[in-house]
Structure formats: structure tokens, C-alpha cells
Write a protein that binds this ligand. Sequence first.
Ligand SMILES: Cc1cc2nc3c(=O)[nH]c(=O)nc-3n(C[C@H](O)[C@H](O)[C@H](O)COP(=O)(O)O)c2cc1C
Length: 180
Amino acid sequence: MNTLECIKTRRSIREYNGKPVDRKLIEQAIETASYAPSWKNTQVTRYIVIDDEAVKNRIADECCSSNHNGGIIKQAPVLVVTTMIKARSGYERDGSFSTPKGSGWQMFDCGIATQSFCLAAHELGLSTLIMGIYDTDKITEILQIPETQEVAALISVGYTDLTGVEAPKRKTLEDLIKYV
Ligand SMILES: Cc1cc2nc3c(=O)[nH]c(=O)nc-3n(C[C@H](O)[C@H](O)[C@H](O)COP(=O)(O)O)c2cc1C
């Protein structure tokens, strides 16, 4: 698969078939994602890989019960939680912000890394779903995430039997581009 094809054929998948995922594949996707660019190469993204059913179910029940994400997490054999090391990306050494975007660059970096992970997973035959709706305080408590880090996104990972999942409609180039 070439890069253009990989970007265009990756889909958010919400149905998994129960086949377990080898940790080596997750590690390969994370190692690949480590090549994502970041603010001054600060590399603030970290990955918590949850393949323990009990922990995964706890997150589904206690952090995502108010929406459909809980059911997806229960089905997926692996849940990856991305976190960000705070106060580095977008910051000067003295702790002040480098730009008016403040701490926004850490989420930007983590987003790039998260998509890189999903694309690498896709190339490795795995399906993923990025989830942004969850109870932050509860997941921080369950995973004992230190004060120095902050949860960014949840990513379900697994195999699917779904084929030919259509991409939700995209905006046209006309919508997207402005030449000046
Ligand atoms: C930051 C972010 C948060 C998202 N949160 C959720 C979520 O909580 N639940 C969900 O089902 N999908 C979630 N999605 C998936 C989007 O709905 C999906 O990417 C979009 O509809 C486009 O579909 P595609 O990924 O197949 O191209 C999220 C995607 C992103 C990038």
C-alpha cells in the first residue's frame, strides 16, 4: 500500500471480530508513529496499551457509559490511550508560551502522532477508531496517569470483518483551498 492509498483507505471502524492482536504489531505501529514530527522534536506523546479485559471493561463502563464508545471499547481486543507530557510542546525553557497558541501545540503534536499510529496500524492490517468522548478524571484515576501527563485520545484497535466501508463524505477541493 502506498502512502496516498493508506491515508485514503483508513476508516474509523466500530466493529471488531474478536481476533486478538499481537503486541508486536502494536509496538511496530507505535515505533512507526514515533517518527511523527513534533514541536522542537519534544516527542510528548505516550501510549498506554490496554489488552487486559478487566481494565478495558472498567474504562468502557466507568469512562464511556454515557455514549456508544463504551460498547466499541468492549468489543475491541486492544485499547490504546494516548497521553501528552505537559508543559513542553509550545513552551520555552522558562515555562512561558512560545506562541499565542499557548499549550495548543501539545494536542497538535499528539494528533499527528495519533494519526501516524492509525495509518501504521492500517498498513499492518489493523482497524482503529479514535475516540475523544470519555470521562477524563475517571480514566486518569483508573490508569493512574501522573500529574505531569494529560490524556489526549482513546484508540480502539482490532481486526474487523467489515469490508468496503465507505468514507464519510469529504469536502471538495473548492471548499478546502484558497489560493492567494
Ligand atoms: C479527535 C477525534 C475524536 C473522535 N471521537 C470519536 C468518538 O468519540 N466516537 C466515535 O465513534 N468516533 C469518533 N471519531 C471518529 C470520527 O467520527 C471519524 O474520524 C469521522 O467520522 C471520519 O470518518 P473516517 O475516520 O472513517 O474517515 C473521532 C475522530 C477524531 C479525529
